[in-house]
Design a protein around this ligand. Structure first.
Ligand SMILES: [Zn+2]
Length: 174
């Protein structure tokens, strides 16, 4: 998971020591406990904010998504599988859903890692697309300091949100 690799580098820069093995991709056979927990979060996450999706469809989405994540597929690949298996959602919606769920998995996994390393807080890093912050929701959090718990409860802040965080350096007060 690239997000975990980035997170580990950010921890080092902020003077935390944590040894997390380098894992270029996730397969169902080599999941760490942390990654299994992340999948559990994905499975448990409510999809009720997507109006018009029935409980049965929502179960199908969770199944396709967690299988895709376990085999290390990228969001577009997961999206086309969702679109094939769940005939009531469009490809656009499938892509949004896959990206947002993947972003959520990344936020949770990196936040777990920061907490394990003892980071008290994080600084929000707003995703920038073509030189512009994509939406007013995220813009207001630019360079804001949040506790790890606050960060993981707020982000991803909206569908397609790709914002991340970096730990506040160990020697600074939070
Ligand atoms: Zn965002």
């Amino acid at each position: 998971m690239k997000a975990l690799k980035d997170g580990r580098q950010k921890l080092q820069k902020a003077n935390y020591s944590l040894t997390v093995p380098d894992r270029p991709e996730i397969t169902s056979h080599n999941l760490t406990k942390q990654e299994r927990d992340t999948l559990a979060v994905v499975k448990a996450r409510s999809l009720s904010q997507l109006k018009g999706i029935t409980e049965k469809t929502s179960q199908n989405i969770k199944r396709v998504f967690s299988a895709g994540l376990q085999s290390g597929k990228n969001p577009n690949k997961i999206a086309s599988e969702l679109n094939k298996e769940v005939d009531t959602i469009s490809i656009t919606r499938s892509r949004t859903l896959a990206r947002t769920e993947l972003a959520n998995a990344h936020v949770q996994a990196v936040s777990d890692m920061y907490e394990q390393a003892g980071a008290k807080g994080v600084e929000v890093e707003i995703a920038v697309l073509f030189g512009v912050a994509p939406c007013p929701i995220c813009k207001k959090y630019a360079n804001r300091r949040l506790t790890v718990a606050e960060f993981r409860s707020i982000f991803p802040a909206h569908p397609n949100c790709e914002c991340s965080s970096k730990p506040i350096p160990k020697d600074l007060d939070f």
